[in-house]
Design a protein around this ligand. Structure first.
Ligand code: TYD
Ligand code: MG
Length: 452
């Protein structure tokens, strides 16, 4: 029988390769490719010897899945309206970002709503988890706590206890005795997630799996199991900032790209009901390079401050430093400003930043970025009462973006009275907001900054 060829998998992004290499072509990570045993050892033909599976029609008979709310609105929103029974949720994030804190608070919140909850820690001893619970003021919460890493034992316990919700912290520490590789390897992690997901489906239990995002080496990252779960959430934030964003990147039971905003305090995570006010709270007098972007995150409008600094560069290749936005997007906007509007940025260092540690992924931020760059370069502040949004095409035309009215309403609510936006095909009016519509970036350059 022919032996299956070996397979090499990147532990950072999960891409498979035919050969080992020092650098993964797919994600660019170094030293992340490892050899993986092929799933089945022999290509034995299965043809026609199985049992017939039950088939049914597409007709929708069942009611939509019932949802259990945690009573933490920021979490419930990201889950798509609450927890679905028998679902598997993966929560990824950098080590130390606050995943264990978030999930301990979540599990206590669900327990307070009457769900029977179990928290299994493979990383910390039970005493450590208890200490954290005390710090969070949750030591009276009716949550059962386990500290173990042997998944066979854990599954046996779960089968016996039959909780409604179980948290596994973290999936990288779990190991199965029938899989012949070290805990944290791709093979162990896939097997462990497979066992837990099938347990969830079989027994109607919801499982939340914690996965550390890893950049190098022997530990597999959550990317390699994203396809196996129903919902993938990432907990993100900048070190040194207290804000944390829980972002849905995949959700079989609700909208993706919904976010929840939290603030890390001395006593755990507190929810931020009005993120726009919070992200703009540090804003002082109108300064050159600072622009307020009226964005949409999932279903919710959100205002953030985009800051740019443009300075003469002593370097041959000037610096382009971006925090919270896409670096490729900055290059595109700089190129459009140079080629279409005649504003050169060569010989200048450019720094771009979203205040508060927020990450903006929308193309609608283009115009705000361009305005911040122009404002910094021309040393001209934009009026403090103006918000900006709109997509820029490669021809420098401004493209309208979705949900203009919601963006304007949020701006009006926070005391802004003007907006700079692309020309709309049908009029949108929000009381108290003067809408400056422009169809091309050159118009913005000329009329707003008097340059070009
Ligand atoms: P943790 O939940 O252990 O992170 P993860 O599980 O993602 O590795 O959180 C660790 C950080 O959070 C740690 O640096 C301390 C901080 N923290 C607070 O600031 N306040 C708190 O109440 C708690 C429990 C943690
Ligand atoms: Mg942890």
């Amino acid at each position: 029988m022919a032996k299956a060829p070996p397979q090499f998998t990147c532990t950072a992004c999960g891409a498979t390769h035919r050969k080992w290499a020092g650098r993964c072509d797919a994600c660019g990570a170094w030293n992340s490719i490892i050899e993986e045993a092929p799933l089945s050892a022999g290509p034995k033909a299965v043809g026609g010897r199985g049992r017939a599976i039950a088939l049914s029609s597409l007709t929708h008979a069942e009611a939509p899945p019932p949802r259990r709310k945690s009573g933490m609105p920021e979490l419930d929103r990201v889950l798509g309206g609450g927890l679905v029974a028998a679902s598997a949720i993966l929560v990824g994030g950098d080590p130390g970002i606050g995943k264990s804190t978030l999930l301990l608070q979540a599990v206590a919140a669900f327990a307070a709503q009457g769900l029977s909850c179990l928290y299994v820690s493979g990383e910390e001893a039970a005493a450590q988890v208890r200490l954290r619970a005390a710090r969070l003021g949750l030591d009276k919460a009716p949550v059962q706590l386990g500290a173990d890493t042997n998944l066979r034992d854990i599954l046996t316990t779960l089968d016996h206890e039959r909780p409604d919700l179980v948290v596994i912290d973290s999936i990288q520490t779990m190991w199965l005795d029938n899989v012949d590789s070290a805990p944290g390897s791709v093979a162990q992690m896939r097997a462990a997630v497979h066992e837990l997901v099938s347990f969830a489906k079989r027994r109607g239990v919801s499982v939340i799996l914690v996965g550390h995002v890893t950049k190098e080496g022997q530990i597999a990252g959550p990317r390699v199991v994203e396809h196996m779960v129903d919902t993938v959430l990432y907990f993100e934030g900048e070190r040194g900032h207290q804000f944390r964003i829980l972002r849905a990147v995949k959700n079989r039971f609700g909208p993706a790209d919904e976010i929840g905003v939290f603030e890390m305090t001395g006593a755990g995570l507190s929810q931020v009901a009005n993120p726009s006010a919070l992200f703009l709270s540090e804003r002082g007098q109108p300064a050159p390079g600072s622009v307020v972007f009226a964005g949409i995150e999932g279903t919710r409008p959100m205002l953030t401050e985009i800051q740019a600094l443009v300075a003469p560069s002593p370097l041959g290749t000037p610096r382009r430093t971006v925090v919270g936005l896409d670096a490729a997007r900055l290059s595109t906007i700089l190129a459009v400003l140079e080629a279409r509007c005649g504003i050169p940025f060569g010989g200048m260092d450019v720094f771009l930043n979203v205040a508060g540690g927020m990450r903006v992924l929308e193309p609608a931020a283009d115009l705000a970025v361009a305005c911040a760059l122009l404002s910094a370069r021309e040393d001209t502040p934009l009026p403090a009462d103006t918000v900006v949004f709109g997509e820029i095409s490669l021809s420098a035309a401004l493209r309208p973006v979705s949900q203009t009215e919601n963006r304007l309403k949020e701006a009006q609510k926070l005391g802004f009275c003007a907006a700079l936006a692309p020309k709309l095909s049908k009029p949108v009016g929000v009381e108290g907001i003067v809408l400056h519509q422009m169809s091309d970036l050159t118009e913005v350059v000329g009329q707003v900054f008097g340059a070009g």
